[in-house]
Design a protein around this ligand. Structure first.
Ligand code: KIV
Length: 264
């Protein structure tokens, strides 16, 4: 376990953990100044590539984007999602996780729980490959969206699953779309930090998809707070640019190169 992970785990019960997603260097560079964790999420399937689900994103896509993100990350913990199908069995999971760590130089991988793959987490951790778990609404394995943990019985089941993820050696766990009671129960009964998305205030930290909170993804579930409306900002700029070009206001002589450097 590296120091970044140790420090993150120490935040439990002390200060809230902040996390956002990034798929490229420019965004990662901005996030890195502020958040504890930068996640290269397989949500890129919906957000960047326009697919309906996350299944069409493969290992190559994830690695390519993570290499870009890594260039913008210095201080935050870099976590990379293992895409659907890349951890179907122990050997494949180990081979692919090693490839992700080697090529992206990330700090950890994230694996969605299907209530059976605890052994995979265990083997990766045993091989010194840190793992973040992910339970609740896990898009790789569940088609129909539903808030999980709405009854006492469900709360107990979720707690058991979270405890098995912890026992397998995960250093942290994402709780996606759990009821407030379930999120509280899991957070209070685990020693590792819980990172919530749509799972109330009772988690040790929070994560959102950056494009959602910046108002540029076009998908805003109720749990997303929009901190900006970048779609409007970009639209205004693009409109102004096209008008300038049409009316020959750009490029004026100020924008001629005159020996200044071009981007390398
Ligand atoms: O893929 C992703 O962005 C995620 C977060 C929503 C937790 O898994």
């Amino acid at each position: 376990m590296n120091n970044k992970i140790k420090n993150l785990v120490l935040k439990k019960n002390k200060s809230k953990i902040t996390s956002l997603t990034a798929y490229s260097k420019p965004i990662a560079k901005i996030l890195d100044k502020h958040v504890d964790i930068v996640l290269v999420g397989d949500s890129m399937a919906n957000v960047l590539y326009g697919y309906k689900g996350t299944h069409k994103i493969n290992l190559r896509n994830i690695i390519q984007h993570s290499i870009s993100v890594k260039k913008g990350v210095k201080k935050s913990l870099l976590v990379v999602d293992m895409p659907f199908g890349s951890y179907k069995n122990i050997n494949l999971a180990l081979k692919n996780a090693k490839k992700i760590f080697k090529e992206t130089k990330c700090d950890a991988v994230k694996i969605e729980s299907n209530k059976k793959n605890f052994k995979i987490i265990k083997i990766l951790v045993k091989n010194k490959l840190p793992v973040m778990g992910h339970i609740g609404f896990t898009p790789q394995f569940k088609k129909k969206f539903k808030i999980e943990g709405s009854s006492k019985k469900e709360e107990k089941k979720i707690l058991k699953e979270a405890q098995l993820v912890e026992k397998a050696g995960a250093f942290s766990i994402v709780l996606e779309c759990l009821s407030p009671n379930a999120a509280k129960l899991v957070t209070n009964n685990l020693t590792i930090p819980t990172i919530g998305i749509g799972s109330s205030i009772y988690c040790d930290g929070q994560i959102l998809v950056t494009d959602d909170m910046l108002g540029i993804s076009g998908f805003y579930p109720k749990f997303v707070k929009k901190y900006a409306d970048l779609q409007t900002v970009i639209e205004k700029a693009v409109k102004k640019y096209t008008r300038d070009v049409k009316f020959k206001k750009f490029p004026t002589s100020n924008y001629f190169l005159n020996g200044t450097k071009h981007r390398k």
